[in-house]
Ligand binder design. Structure first.
Ligand code: ADP
Ligand code: MG
Length: 674
């Protein structure tokens, strides 16, 4: 007898019920016992005087009238009787449960759970309570299995298996955080003696869930680390030469992450690292140093960007950076001419070229590398898991450096990205001016446009962004076309206005971006499709219409399109927010330029429900824990798991025995790793 037994061992589980349970993710006794209630109804009786209007309560009293069932319509009916509670008479109504009348006998004591109407002093009954029931656990159910059935199964399983339950969390950790043993936790999750006991049990259940999750992550990471990888044996002096050639001094944050990356490259293990830094924090030069370390050690590097224009921009920048260094760069994208391709491919294959920059074109079959030592993936979230995988398989476990300008809030760092090492550039180069952000109401739009004209007069360029519109919203939101028409009337012919919208094909969009970059027009009206990462240093104003329709992360990304030079830059938010949350977003934007602060605030404002439902975010689903609200506990679980797995022989430690066995037996393959 073990918790790993199938639920089929329970007498009332046949093939049909088994299927219903499996649909809920329940296959074993362990699954069933950790299928927790999402709320508890307090069934203890209350005095009439202490009940709030609309409160769900249990009332006990004497049945004072015969139950009467009346039918209305074909399937609907109501059962009514009076309940005498001390000196008060409360009418009780049950809808569509006519069979309850057998349990309602005049003169007998009865307890009824339901919703109390404080004005009419009536009770809308939900169920009749057997004596001695204190709390009722409510489980998520489905069409094919009722929650009362689930509860009964759990009771049976508990009776039979309770002595098999061993505590997974090592006792040292359990004592440190005052957690319950597992048997008590499971008992009190299902059958608590009051809301407080349930709350305490939930605290332990959450920790256990986070801790097991983090143990799995750490073990995957450890396995990855232990497998062989390439050791990039570069010389420090080569790197210092490159650093000395730069027109600026690296920031402390850049130095720190360069060090983290280079130490990792040198290790004979596989690097899997995420480099995060806000727009303008200087990720490119950090990447360049990693490239150079790899190249001087005799390996090739591939840099993959999500769009052609970004790949071109990288090629252009890196050509400059490596002007006086032995780096041979090629650019390979979808629009590279066949003749040029024919020349390039053999040079990649024979190793003559050592830095290959491009788009998806880099992962096509015909591209064969010589000695691929490092793969850099820019804006990594824009690529599918599969594409990243292919590029990796082009070499023998090359080191991987993924880059992103989207600040990843801590919650996601330690869940979705938990298997990667993370380097963060949390500092902007000195002298970078803050982007001054102002929030204006829509009746102040003219003021904003006067400011735009002033900037145009100074020779600057302007982004004007408007949210994508859906048909139903046409009435209250200005669309890009209308704004484009208006700005043309205002500014042409002195200044030219361009338009970029979501319906354009990607090469059309790229052409518009190139033209804007070349200052062929001065004002760019766009829906949110402007390419993140494209540098137009001369653009100094980001004006956003209906800014309250964007999330904080998006607003911050848009704002990052300006402030790419020493010129003073501005962000103008035009918005008439209709709710408190949107007002708060506008205010936060005007107060901080820090992407990490904004992204965590964004998560908090939206709540994890929003993210949990969103597959894109890649946030794993937790059963009891909430990775946003319970961030602190999640972090602690990570630290503890980290500490345990740091010791390669952790499984031999007696205190870790149950944990080790549990992980071996319950290695569910549903973790989202690539
Ligand atoms: P991002 O992190 O957005 O990719 P970039 O690498 O494109 O940022 O850098 C933005 C600009 O800042 C570039 O023009 C780059 O040359 C410059 N830059 C990078 N690091 C520094 C530094 N330490 N001091 C001054 N300027 C820097
Ligand atoms: Mg960049």
């Amino acid at each position: 007898m073990a918790l790993s037994d199938s639920v089929q061992v329970l007498p009332s589980v046949g093939p049909k019920r088994l299927e219903a349970l499996q649909d809920l993710g329940i296959s074993t006794i362990e699954d069933l016992l950790t299928y927790f209630p999402y709320r508890y109804d307090d069934l203890k009786s209350k005095e009439l005087a202490e009940i709030q209007n609309d409160e769900k309560v249990t009332l006990s009293g004497t049945v004072a009238s015969e139950p009467v069932v009346s039918y209305f319509g074909r399937h609907r009916n109501r059962l009514v009787f009076r309940l005498l509670i001390k000196n008060d008479v409360v009418p009780v109504t049950f809808f569509n449960q006519p069979w309850l009348d057998k349990q309602v006998v005049v003169g007998e004591e009865i307890a009824v759970y339901g919703r109390f109407d404080g004005n009419k002093k009536t009770l809308s009954g939900m169920k009749i309570i057997k004596a001695a029931e204190g709390m009722d656990s409510i489980y998520p159910a489905s069409k094919s299995i009722r929650q009362s059935t689930i509860r009964n199964l759990i009771e049976v399983a508990w009776d039979k298996y309770q002595n098999e339950i061993q505590t997974i969390i090592p006792s040292a950790i359990r004592q440190r955080y005052k957690l319950m043993d597992r048997k008590l936790m499971i008992h009190d999750m299902h059958f608590p003696d009051g809301q407080y006991a349930a709350k305490l049990a939930r605290r332990t259940a959450k920790f256990e869930e986070f801790f097991i999750f983090q143990m799995r992550l750490q073990l995957v990471k450890q396995a990855d680390r232990l497998e062989d990888g390439l050791s990039i044996d570069y010389k420090i002096s080569e790197l210092t030469d490159l650093i000395a050639s730069l027109p600026f001094e690296l920031t402390d944050a850049q130095k720190r992450v360069v060090n983290e990356i280079c130490v990792d490259l040198k290790r004979p293990t596989h690097m899997n690292r995420l480099l995060q830094g806000d727009v303008g924090s200087g990720k490119t030069i950090v990447a360049a140093l990693a490239v150079y370390a790899t190249i001087t050690a005799g390996y090739q590097t591939a840099l993959m960007a999500p769009t052609e224009i970004l790949a071109e921009q990288h090629a252009e920048n890196l050509q400059k950076t490596f002007k006086d260094f032995p780096v041979n760069i090629v650019l390979l994208t979808g629009s590279t001419k066949v003749a040029v391709r024919k020349q390039i491919l053999p040079r990649i294959k024979n190793g003559e070229v050592n830095l290959i920059i491009g788009t998806h074109a880099l992962i096509q079959d015909e591209v064969q590398y010589h000695k691929l030592g490092l793969v850099i993936i820019d804006e990594q979230h824009r690529f599918g898991v599969h594409q990243r995988q292919i590029l990796r398989e082009k070499g023998e476990r090359p080191n991987v450096l993924a880059m992103t300008a989207t600040p990843i809030p801590r919650t996601l760092q330690i869940t979705s990205y938990g298997e990667m090492d993370i380097s963060v550039i949390d500092e902007l180069p000195a002298g970078r001016k803050k982007i001054k952000t102002t929030w204006l109401r829509s009746n102040e739009t003219d003021k904003a446009l006067r400011f735009v004209r002033d900037q145009l007069t100074l020779g600057r360029q302007i982004y004007v962004v408007t949210p994508l519109i859906e048909e139903s919203e046409v009435m209250d939101m200005r669309n890009a076309q209308a704004i484009y028409d208006r700005l043309r009337t205002d500014f042409e012919p002195a200044y030219k206005v361009g338009l970029l919208n979501g319906r354009m094909k990607s090469n059309e969009k790229e052409d518009v971006m190139r033209a804007f970059k070349a200052n062929e027009f001065q004002v760019l009206v766009a829906t949110t499709v402007i390419e993140v990462g494209v540098d137009v240093p001369n653009a100094t104003v980001m004006m956003i219409y209906d800014a309250d329709h964007f999330g904080l992360a998006q607003l911050h990304q848009l704002r990052g399109r300006v402030g790419r030079s020493n010129l003073a830059s501005y962000c103008l938010l035009i918005a008439d927010p209709k709710n408190q949350q949107a007002i708060e977003r506008m205010e936060v934007m005007t107060k901080t330029n820090d992407g990490f602060v904004l992204s965590q605030r964004d998560l908090e404002l939206r709540g994890s429900g929003d993210i949990l439902g969103n597959k894109q975010s890649g946030l794993p689903e937790f059963n009891v824990g909430d990775p946003v609200a319970d961030l602190k506990m999640l972090s602690i679980a990570q630290e503890e798991a980290n500490e345990i797995t740091d010791d390669e022989n952790w499984e031999r430690e007696p205190d870790n025995q149950v944990l080790g066995n549990y992980l071996n037996e319950n290695w569910k393959g549903h973790m989202a790793f690539d």
